[in-house]
Design a protein around this ligand. Structure first.
Ligand SMILES: NC(=O)c1ccc[n+]([C@@H]2O[C@H](COP(=O)([O-])OP(=O)(O)OC[C@H]3O[C@@H](n4cnc5c(N)ncnc54)[C@H](OP(=O)(O)O)[C@@H]3O)[C@@H](O)[C@H]2O)c1
Length: 238
């Protein structure tokens, strides 16, 4: 039975990913994290809907010490292996609005957005990749293609350099492009050994429902590692 972590699970897509995963018969446990996960009413309601399946743990990805502190608890809850890790945490900008011109760009805006969208997910990969490497690839399996866990970094189409025709949203675009590069690096490093973690950047589309289609189909294989994929399985150029 599979174990999944949804990082950035308190609302939006992360919350829906938790629901989809918890409702699967082949998933034994979903570990849901965010800064407020333990106090989130929607997650508590979901916990009662799927008894003993959902574990809530507060983690602020902008604080490396906080990530480090929860490693023993998550290792215990996951019984030492993770089959799927979804990095969902992100902000558009600390002000809530993406920059429309260079005038709006600030060190604080860039720094906070990068900490949440890029550095946080990378640190999560650093601390939890040992558990992904221990997975026997229970999710996303395709005939004949052996892999261990799956690491999914939620990206956005606006991270694509070649697809950028309108500009703006400096902090968000830059942070997600950098996250794509981190995903590529992770796919190389975590794909070198005998156990191979599939690492993909996933653009979920702009709809906020029914976003679990790629997982329902179990389509990911070793050939996908290092790619940036849209919700419908099509590759997005970096
Ligand atoms: N919605 C879309 O149309 C869309 C389109 C393209 C890509 N995406 C991507 O999909 C992902 C999910 O987006 P969403 O729309 O579901 O966002 P959302 O509803 O705003 O949720 C963001 C999540 O990130 C968590 N978070 C924020 N700061 C955090 C921190 N410092 N540490 C830990 N968790 C933190 C939040 O929880 P707390 O506040 O409790 O910490 C929340 O659970 C993001 O990566 C986004 O870039 C979304």
């Amino acid at each position: 039975m599979a174990v999944a972590i949804v990082q950035g699970a308190s609302r939006g897509l992360g919350l829906q990913f938790c629901k989809v995963l918890a409702s699967r018969a082949d998933v034994a446990k979903v570990i849901a994290t965010s800064r407020s996960a333990e106090n989130e009413a929607a997650l508590h309601r979901m916990q009662s809907q799927f008894p003993n399946k959902i574990v809530l743990i507060n983690v602020d990805v902008t604080k490396e010490n906080n990530i480090k502190q929860v490693v023993p608890k998550i290792t215990e809850e996951s019984t030492g292996k993770i089959d799927l890790l979804l990095n969902c945490s992100a902000i558009l900008h600390p002000s809530g609005k993406g920059e429309t011109s260079l005038r709006d760009v600030s060190l604080e805006g860039l720094r906070t957005t990068f900490e949440t969208n890029t550095i946080g997910p990378l640190l999560i990969a650093k601390y939890f990749s040992p558990l992904l490497l221990k997975s026997s690839g229970l999710l996303g399996k395709q005939a004949g293609k052996k892999h261990s866990g799956i690491l999914v970094n939620l990206t956005a189409k606006v991270s694509s350099i070649s697809d950028n025709h309108v500009g703006g949203w400096y902090s968000y675009r830059l942070s997600k492009s950098a996250l794509n590069m981190a995903t590529k690096n992770l796919s190389i490093e975590l794909g070198r050994g005998k156990s191979k973690v599939i690492c993909v950047a996933l653009h979920p589309g702009t709809v906020d429902t029914d976003l679990s289609r790629p997982y329902h189909k179990d389509k990911l294989s070793v050939e996908d590692t290092g790619k940036c994929l849209a919700w419908d399985g099509n590759a997005i150029p970096f």
